[in-house]
Design a protein around this ligand. Sequence first.
Ligand SMILES: Nc1ncnc2c1ncn2[C@@H]1O[C@H](COP(=O)(O)OP(=O)(O)OP(=O)(O)O)[C@@H](O)[C@H]1O
Ligand SMILES: [Mg+2]
Length: 413
Amino acid sequence: MEKNDNIFVGLDVGTTKVCAIVAEAKGGSLEIIGVGASGSVGLKNGVVVNIENTVESITKAVEDAELMAGYQIQDAYVGIAGSHIRGFNSRGIVAVKSREVTQQDVDRVISAAKTISIPIDHEVIHVMPQGFTVDDQDDIKNPIGMSGLRLEANVHIVTASSIAAQNIVKCANKSGIDVSEIVLEQIASSEAVLTEDEKELGVALIDIGGGTTDVAIFHRGNIVHTFVIPKGGQSVTSDVSKGTTTIPQEAEKIKIKFGIAKESLASKDEIIEIPGFGGRPPRPISRQLLGNIIEQRMAEIFTWIRKNIEKNGLESKILSGYVVTGGAALIEGSVELAVEIFNAPVRIGYPLNFGGLTDVISSPIYSTGVGLVKYAYKNRNELNKKAFSSKRSPDNPFATIKNWFSDLIEYFF
Ligand SMILES: Nc1ncnc2c1ncn2[C@@H]1O[C@H](COP(=O)(O)OP(=O)(O)OP(=O)(O)O)[C@@H](O)[C@H]1O
Ligand SMILES: [Mg+2]
């Protein structure tokens, strides 16, 4: 089948599910035309630990999405997460060669900002400009054409373990998919669930998945901070399993059916029935007890985030509040608990502003997959196509990164 340049594919290889989303650009907006999801068992805390199982899950999700979309998927934007991810800010300074800032000066200053030491086994996956300074004038979004002698750039850099990234690319390739780009999962999710106003005013995006909780903070429209916590809904399930002496599969069902992220949401006399295992009869437990177990873990995750934000001095920049997405955001009371811990407005993030199969994708578990499609669409629309036409090879998924800088400027400003 011919490749259709109006079709974009996102592949979210998550710890509990893999999903492939196919969208078509129609009249300036995106319509979701195919969704495929399958259970994932080849990852641990966001990182591929079993190639064969992951390939199987990707193949199934891709086939289902293809069937629904009536389109054969050839390439996709693929998400990456895991505690190997590092996000930090950097600054570059160069002299302006001809006293008027040109694209070459911008390329050089971004390269200079990127000249930082990163661990030998890591690769840069994103370089996101935050703003420029020309001589003493700061906060410039696009400096090209401005007169000056000195150009400075602030950028947010994200690095990933090369091995972890190569394994994701390998799994996609083995499933017959070329990887157009690897995208940090919370950057993708933010494309799906945040509004431009929130990003401008300052917002924290929290994607609580199964194996990781991924955070991105935006201020004045730019990403200013990213980090990943290797805990998520699976830790909650594991706690419920231990705390109620049930097998993990039952604990997962109990969590989804009766789980509450705040103990106080259940009354003292509310009793739920836990299925017995190994032929034992069902047992009654107090829903408050279940809430107590879940609240402790969810509070730990939110507190971890709050401390990281405080350590980085960012709490005053998060003026529009917190947006919680990912499957674990669906635990009843997660918003109430987050409000208490962050002492700020909180909402659940659902994929926004898409046409087509909106009913299917309108869940926080699809934020990353849908966001990948939006990221792909923005990239292909706004970037110089040439820079992205050379595919990354599986051996070097970052082969195109050095060509990105000038294009990124156009993309983000
Ligand atoms: N309705 C629900 N109520 C409570 N929890 C839910 C619900 N639906 C899903 N979850 C939980 O959300 C988690 C999965 O979320 P998600 O699909 O976002 O994760 P993932 O993308 O597979 O993992 P990760 O992003 O961490 O690699 C699981 O732990 C699951 O138990
Ligand atoms: Mg996820």
